[in-house]
Design a protein around this ligand. Structure first.
Ligand SMILES: Cc1cc2nc3c(=O)[nH]c(=O)nc-3n(C[C@H](O)[C@H](O)[C@H](O)COP(=O)(O)OP(=O)(O)OC[C@H]3O[C@@H](n4cnc5c(N)ncnc54)[C@H](O)[C@@H]3O)c2cc1C
Ligand SMILES: NC(=O)C1=CN([C@@H]2O[C@H](COP(=O)(O)OP(=O)(O)OC[C@H]3O[C@@H](n4cnc5c(N)ncnc54)[C@H](O)[C@@H]3O)[C@@H](O)[C@H]2O)C=CC1
Length: 444
């Protein structure tokens, strides 16, 4: 069987590896428009903020590795059209050469594109996005210009907050804007998000939440200020980070879409076309918290969807486990992690929930070094199944969120969690720890 994979970043790579390692009898062709593959965007802010020395370690594989494994791989080759009827893909190489490939099965792994806000002045020089490695390089160069003093970040989601920290670490005056009342509003309830807001402000970043950007003001074709409904602010560098949209340009007229966005897929990541699978940021996913289709753009989901699609396509039935949207962030040492639904997300999904919360130190009081930890657990009122959790601390409590992720996936109730056997050792935690205490607070 001849299998074509379009897009070879995290999702496409996971699918290709699964096929090459488990089903070597198939012919694999990979098509990628970029010059590189496997760029870990999560490292952009670390590198731009000089927390790591350079970007070389942010790539975990390359074209040669796949050629060696037996795949035919084309980089700098953009797929321009797919004829789903005759099962043919048309592409163009960087030098203009046109190529044509047929397929028996097709995997779309074309990812996502940053949403571009079309405020007046959107085409000025000095406005940036942060999706590709090359865009990271451009932002890095812009911040290296000594005369660029003022940086405005539009959107205080994950990319925005991370790059705001990086720009501050590079000695810039940084302002961050978001339409919502706090940063990270789609990941955390206000009580947690406000800890991040305070953290940003304590480190000298000016926050402008609930303030709407209306215009980029320029001079001689270059941005010099950002105008909002509340004021005008100097800006030499503007970074736009108001979210991603699924990149479905190639298949949107043929394949069924989820809410007009990502390719709608089943639990095998198969699209509405029997011979076409879609994975990663260009595809929908299944949410265990809302028990319905969702769209969440994360590298972690992209990898898993690639593995599941590849097995199913090759004939081994494997149902995707669904997702919780588990995520984490670490800014100036404040760590926030969450999974599943916030109170607002639950309300939006029409799920009636309650929550319990507890804040305590990680270790018993007699330990010489200690940290505050704040935990919130969200559960469905009727079934009492856990549907979300949020944790905040300067201590690394990140691994705990995986337990809550599994709890959501497996529909564990808050009452079961209260009686869970959690070990105790002063070096790690307390006998009456914040998980147990929080869960015991859940009133019937
Ligand atoms: C700055 C930043 C930080 C991030 N941090 C994290 C993090 O910490 N944790 C996390 O889980 N996620 C993070 N993400 C999100 C994560 O990077 C994405 O969810 C992930 O890249 C999705 O992988 P993908 O392979 O589905 O899509 P993409 O990474 O978007 O890759 C799609 C590929 O398809 C190619 N392509 C598209 N169209 C065509 C075409 N017509 N022809 C040929 N090739 C094509 C593209 O060139 C691209 O290489 C971050 C993203 C960014 C930008
Ligand atoms: N640590 C992690 O896991 C990371 C994950 N990612 C993922 O990459 C994807 C893209 O990241 P982001 O672009 O940061 O998206 P995001 O969805 O995290 O945040 C976008 C932010 O922009 C705001 N916004 C939307 N429209 C706006 C407007 N017109 N004006 C002002 N604010 C506006 C939203 O309120 C939101 O806070 C996300 O899926 C994210 O989860 C990115 C970086 C790190």
């Amino acid at each position: 069987m001849k299998i074509l994979i379009i897009g070879t970043n995290h999702a496409g790579i996971a699918a290709a590896n699964t096929l090459l390692e488990n089903y070597p009898e198939h012919e694999i062709v990979m098509l990628e428009r970029n010059s590189n593959l496997s760029y870990l965007g999560c490292g952009t802010a670390l590198w731009v903020g000089r927390q790591i020395d350079d970007y070389k370690g942010l790539f975990y594989t390359n074209e040669e590795a796949f050629a060696k494994k037996g795949a035919r791989i084309y980089t700098e080759t953009e797929v321009t059209e797919i004829d789903f009827k005759s099962k043919k893909v048309y592409a163009q190489k960087k030098d203009g050469e046109k190529i044509e490939e047929s397929y028996d099965k097709l995997i779309l792994a074309t990812g996502s594109l940053p949403i571009s806000p079309k405020f007046p002045g959107y085409d000025l020089e000095g406005l940036h996005f942060l999706k590709l490695f090359q865009e990271g390089q451009i932002v890095d160069k812009a911040l290296s210009d000594e005369s660029a003093k003022n940086v405005c970040v539009i959107g205080a989601g994950y990319i925005g907050v991370e790059i705001a920290e990086a720009a501050k670490r590079r000695g810039k005056n940084v302002r961050i804007f978001d339409a919502e009342a706090t940063s990270l509003a789609s990941y955390y309830d206000p009580e947690f998000a406000k800890m991040m807001d305070r953290n940003l402000e304590d480190h000298g970043i000016k926050t402008h939440f609930g303030e709407l950007v209306q215009e980029y003001i320029g001079e001689n074709g270059k941005v010099k200020a950002v105008k909002t409904d509340n004021g005008t602010y100097d800006a030499d560098v503007v970074i736009n980070s108001i979210g991603f949209r699924a990149n479905t340009d190639l298949g949107k007229d043929h394949l069924e879409l989820f809410n007009g966005g990502a390719y709608l897929v089943d639990r095998h990541f198969k699209t509405s076309d029997e011979d076409v699978y879609a994975i990663g940021d260009c595809a929908s996913n299944y949410s265990n918290a809302i028990k319905d289709t969702t769209y969440i753009a994360l590298a972690s989901n992209a990898v898993r969807s690639g593995i599941v699609a590849a097995h199913n396509l090759a004939g081994t039935e494997l149902e995707g486990a669904g997702v919780q949207g588990s995520n984490g962030i670490n800014i100036f040492n404040l760590k926030l992690v969450s999974t599943g639904l916030t109170l607002k997300a639950a309300e939006k999904a029409g799920i009636e929930v309650d929550y319990v919360e507890h804040e305590d130190t990680q270790f018993p009081g007699f330990m010489p070094e200690n940290y505050q930890v704040k935990l919130r657990i969200v559960f469905e009122k009727s079934s009492r199944r856990i549907v979300g959790a949020q944790l905040a601390s300067d201590y690394d409590v990140s691994l705990l969120i995986h337990m809550f992720s599994l709890a959501i996936q497996e529909e564990v109730t808050i009452d079961k969690l209260a009686l869970l056997d959690t070990f105790f050792l002063p070096h790690f935690n307390q006998p009456y720890n914040y998980i147990t205490v929080a869960a015991l607070k859940a009133k019937k």
